[in-house]
Design a binder for this molecule. Structure first.
Ligand SMILES: CSC[C@@H](O)[C@@H](O)C(=O)COP(=O)(O)O
Ligand SMILES: [Zn+2]
Length: 234
């Protein structure tokens, strides 16, 4: 029972197609090379979670390579689709923790060189302020009328916590969960000498957050080289 109908669709916005097309894009950006990185999407309507297999070249992924888990179930590993001969992403415990406990609709994990370098320039938290692009990222504030989160302002400071890497991906889950509890409005955690996890309520939002953060991390590295502080004191 391959359940191909769960992953085969003409719609380019179908989660299975999005995992594949974004994995290709992220390979081109050197965020997901040599099998590194992974993307997971939870379909808002069905609650089904689309996950990539482990240890494969992510830029070559096809929808038929994807696993589908039932995100509606209290049990962790209810497989709706399990491709033969493939193993679930090592990031799965982290993805499930973010889907279940922090309402993530999509998670992007990359080994972006900007993320790895930035994790070596800051101790516990990456910080940057007064750069226009931070306005693409969520703040702690909510809109009084809609109750929905609003984005950071130009003069706000974006903060992203950093945790230390471990030998195995699953060993990062508790540290990441701790940071999500400490920073409930955050959308990213850097993993030192490894990369970054970025999430959002949808894959569109997660992609915008990931791109914006990477742009800011790249700027921060150059600012360090030029001796410019990344947080502006008025
Ligand atoms: C280059 S191996 C990288 C893995 O250990 C891991 O960090 C990773 O990003 C992808 O794991 P995967 O199991 O292929 O989804
Ligand atoms: Zn990784």
């Amino acid at each position: 029972m391959m359940q191909d109908h769960l992953v085969v669709s003409d719609d380019s916005n179908h989660p299975a197609n999005m995992v594949c097309s974004l994995s290709r894009q992220f390979y081109e950006k050197e965020w997901c090379v040599g099998t590194g990185g992974s993307i997971a999407i939870r379909d808002e309507e069905t609650g089904f979670c689309y996950l990539a297999p482990s240890g494969v070249q992510k830029e070559l992924l096809k929808p038929q390579d994807l696993f589908v888990l039932d995100g509606n179930s209290k049990e962790q590993d209810v497989y709706l689709r399990k491709p033969a001969g493939l193993k679930l992403s090592d990031c799965t415990p982290i993805f499930q923790m973010l889907f279940q406990n922090f309402n993530a609709g999509a998670i992007i994990h990359t080994h972006s060189p900007n993320a790895v370098l930035t994790s070596l320039l800051y101790d516990d938290v990456f910080e940057i302020s007064h750069i226009e692009q931070i306005k693409a990222l969520p703040s702690e504030r909510v809109n009084a009328e809609t109750g929905k989160p609003v984005n950071l302002l130009f003069e706000d400071t974006l903060k992203i916590p950093i945790i230390d890497n471990q030998n195995f991906e699953y060993e990062l889950t508790d540290g990441l969960q701790e940071m999500c509890q400490k920073w409930p409005h955050g959308c990213a955690v850097l993993v030192r000498r490894h990369g970054i996890f970025v999430w959002g309520p949808s894959i569109t939002k997660a992609k915008i957050y990931n791109e914006s953060i990477d742009y800011l991390l790249g700027l921060a590295i150059k600012m360090h080289q030029l001796g410019i502080p990344t947080v502006k004191k008025n």
